[in-house]
Design a protein around this ligand. Structure first.
Ligand SMILES: NC(=O)c1ccc[n+]([C@@H]2O[C@H](COP(=O)([O-])OP(=O)(O)OC[C@H]3O[C@@H](n4cnc5c(N)ncnc54)[C@H](O)[C@@H]3O)[C@@H](O)[C@H]2O)c1
Ligand SMILES: [Zn+2]
Ligand SMILES: [Zn+2]
Length: 425
């Protein structure tokens, strides 16, 4: 398939998202406090704790990749210095979790996965006096949770935060070296990012961005990884300029966002490439100017045809396998930039034609996440103002109990856009 169509996306309709809370940790509450509505906070001088935090919560726990996710009761986590506790509204199902669940990316177990969340702050930990966040604030949580203190963070390069990799990605803990998650017996449970596949999640304050009332909270979960990574690839990885031509290879959850953000940044052409016509069909609504099925067509020939024989200025790769690297490099113009964001399943290598890269002055610019503190608020703003779509990208909503089925569908390539776990279901 190779067809062209108009750009443009659906309107973002303002929807207010309301939740009720579960059982309360209320023994110390006064009568007045316990008669408050669920969104009100205890009137401590700092107003830092909601009156509705239960002792325990449900979470999807990974103990053994062979057994998959199991729903367990865990102690509700509490935030420490520089952290907030959110009542999770929704958590997106990202391919990166699949790498961990399949054992391709090593991670300590047992663990709670899930790293793109939306929710409402129910407790603000100490040391957060100047962050402007308070109980009741609705937020999006970014997967890349910068420490805010290392050299990379000091220079604004959140995506290079060393402590994030060393502590969270290797050990499943937060910045004091411990996890906030434990079973009711006290067994520690690792956190992949904030451990979003749970009713509550502790997130470093550096990784949350307030969302306005107009934002629909359940689909807003995708802002913290799929959309933020897409923004990082376009804004940081490619530094895309108005009028440049673009190809996006693999248009799943992240690739779809790259398509629409590239168009929002003024790309003259956005060519979506995938092996699945069902994934490609909606791309025209997100701003793609053409789609190419690389399983049935020669992607390079199609892209050359569509670009007057030049190739594209920027190609994004959003799957992380050698075949998609090859396609992304094959469609590149002289002087072009290839921006890979797909993560390989463990240690993988891809072939790069040495002489073509050198003689044609092409660049390969890896892009991980984004600069959370600067870019997540920008992504929220793009969604809130209707410049990018987010609600339409969520094609499936599942209850927490069915998170495992959702990942199975993702693995089987049955998910268009993104599936999310909706904690209200
Ligand atoms: N760099 C980062 O910060 C970052 C962040 C999030 C995700 N990721 C990685 O990005 C990748 C994509 O994640 P996702 O959640 O969007 O995945 P996804 O499963 O939603 O999408 C994958 C897409 O690839 C397509 N596809 C499969 N085989 C293909 C082929 N041979 N050629 C072209 N397309 C093909 C599928 O049809 C699907 O549309 C994963 O590797 C994930 O780990 C990286
Ligand atoms: Zn992700
Ligand atoms: Zn840091």
């Amino acid at each position: 398939m190779a067809r062209t169509g108009p750009a443009g996306g659906p309107d973002v309709v303002a929807t207010q998202y309301l939740r009720t809370c579960g059982t309360t940790r209320s023994s110390a509450l006064t009568e007045r406090q316990s008669s408050m509505t669920s969104n009100e906070a205890v009137q401590t001088p700092e107003k830092t704790i909601s009156d509705t935090i239960p002792e325990t919560m449900m979470a999807a726990v990974l103990r053994d990749p062979a057994r998959g996710l199991q729903i367990e009761t865990l102690r509700t986590p509490r935030p420490k210095a520089g952290e907030v506790l959110i009542k999770v509204a929704a958590c997106g199902l990202c391919h990166s979790d699949l790498h961990v669940m399949g054992g391709a990316i090593a991670f300590p177990l047992p663990a709670v996965l899930g790293h793109e969340v939306s929710g409402t702050i129910v407790e603000v930990g100490p040391g957060n006096e100047n962050i402007g966040l308070e109980v009741g604030q609705r937020v999006a949580g970014g997967f890349l949770m910068p420490c805010g203190q290392c050299e990379a963070c000091a220079s604004g390069r959140d995506e290079l935060c060393g402590p994030f990799f060393e502590l969270n990605r290797l050990k499943g803990v937060l910045y004091d070296g411990t996890t906030r998650l434990a079973t009711t017996e006290g067994e520690p449970v690792a956190m992949y990012s904030m451990g979003g596949l749970a009713q509550y999640a502790v997130v470093p304050a550096t990784a949350v961005a307030p969302v306005p009332e107009s934002i629909d909270m359940v689909p807003a979960a995708i802002l913290g990884c799929a959309a933020m990574t897409g923004y990082g690839a376009v804004r940081r990885g490619a530094d895309l300029r108005f009028g440049e031509s673009v190809a996006v290879v693999a248009v799943g959850g992240v690739g779809t966002n790259i398509v629409q953000i590239a168009r929002a940044f003024g790309a003259s052409q956005v060519i979506a490439i995938d092996v699945d016509d069902d994934k490609l069909a909606p791309m025209l609504d997100y701003g793609a100017t053409a789609v190419v099925n690389s399983a049935t067509h020669d992607a390079r020939q199609e892209v050359l045809r569509l670009t007057g024989g030049r190739g594209v200025d920027v190609s994004f790769e959003a799957l992380g396998i050698p075949a998609t690297w090859t396609t992304a490099l094959d469609v590149l113009a002289d002087g072009g930039r290839m921006v890979p964001i797909g993560l390989g399943a463990g240690v993988q290598t891809a072939g790069v034609e040495i002489n073509r890269t050198v003689r044609r002055s092409q660049s390969i610019l890896g892009s991980y996440g984004a600069r959370t503190r600067q870019d997540l608020p920008a992504v929220v703003e793009l969604a809130a103002s209707g410049v990018i779509s987010y609600k339409e990208i969520v094609s499936r909503r599942l209850p927490l109990q069915e998170a495992g089925l959702g990942y199975e569908a993702l693995h089987n390539r049955e998910i268009r856009g993104r599936a999310v776990v909706d904690m209200s279901l």
